[in-house]
Design a protein around this ligand. Structure first.
Ligand code: 13P
Length: 255
């Protein structure tokens, strides 16, 4: 399966607009078979958006790790499930930039798995690290994954289908400076091998960072990247739908 996830971030400004966008996506992806399309609105719009979705699935941008109680401002995995959420983005670099550590990301991952939702765990290096070369970038991502996935190895139930990794190099997010598909493929291969070696998990790995309708097929046609996590373009229904189509049509390549 190929994935297209639209992370709306703190947009749009009203629930009418959120519903309109969700409706357009839902209609636009009709007939697209090979792509799982997921939209990820801000918390206040989740319920209204869910009401107009059918083949498109619903994601959340964050979660809190406790089940319930006196945690003002937080939202639990169970509450997310109650409003129709199936996918939860964890450890997005924009949250990490606000101080979210790998320890916190690990707690959130466990909460999502406990609730049997699907975690979209984000990792990715800064420009400062990338300029040092591939080895430095891989070492950074390895540390993020190992710290974020602590305790997952002997998890009670099969979680292969409940973890997706999104490789989003920080310098490529919202900059128009997307990663070269072959470089993203090299990192993806590294991540997949690490997860098999460390946890016995064969998971989907997505790329994120300045993807659009014009460049998306290049990532899929590496044969190893399973889809994309999209920011800016996910707010433009027509182009987002074109991305779904281009992912669907991308050539099958031997892995
Ligand atoms: P852009 O597609 O706007 O670069 O954002 C990527 C992203 O952060 C998705 O989570």
């Amino acid at each position: 399966m190929r994935y297209l996830i639209g992370n709306w971030k703190m947009n749009p400004e009203s629930d009418e607009k959120a519903v309109e966008l969700a409706r357009s996506v839902e209609q636009g992806v009709a007939g697209i078979e090979k792509v799982t399309t997921i939209v990820v609105p801000p918390y206040p719009f989740l319920g209204a958006v869910h009401a107009v979705l059918d083949r498109t699935l619903l994601g959340a941008q964050d979660v809190f790790w406790e089940e319930s109680g006196a945690y003002t401002g937080e939202v639990s995995a169970h509450e997310l499930r109650e409003v129709g959420v199936r996918y939860v983005i964890i450890g997005h670099s924009e949250r990490r930039a606000m101080g979210e550590s790998n320890v916190v990301v690990n707690k959130k991952l466990r909460a999502v798995l406990e609730e049997e939702l699907i975690a979209v765990l984000c990792v990715g290096e800064s420009k400062e690290i990338r300029v040092k070369g591939t080895t430095a970038a891989q070492a950074f991502v390895k540390q993020q994954l190992e710290d974020s996935m602590k305790g997952i190895k002997n998890w009670k139930s099969g979680i292969e289908d409940n973890v997706i990794i999104a490789y989003e190099p920080v310098w490529a997010i919202g900059t128009g400076e997307e990663d070269d598909p072959q470089d993203a493929a090299t990192m993806t291969r590294f991540i997949k091998q690490l997860l098999v070696t460390n946890y016995g998990l064969r998971v989907a790995v997505l790329y994120g960072g300045s993807t659009d309708a014009a460049n998306v097929a290049g990532y899929i046609e590496t044969g190893i990247i399973d889809g994309v996590l999209v920011g800016g373009v996910s707010l433009k229904a027509d182009e987002f739908i074109a991305m779904a189509r281009n992912i669907e049509r991308a050539r099958e390549v031997e892995k």
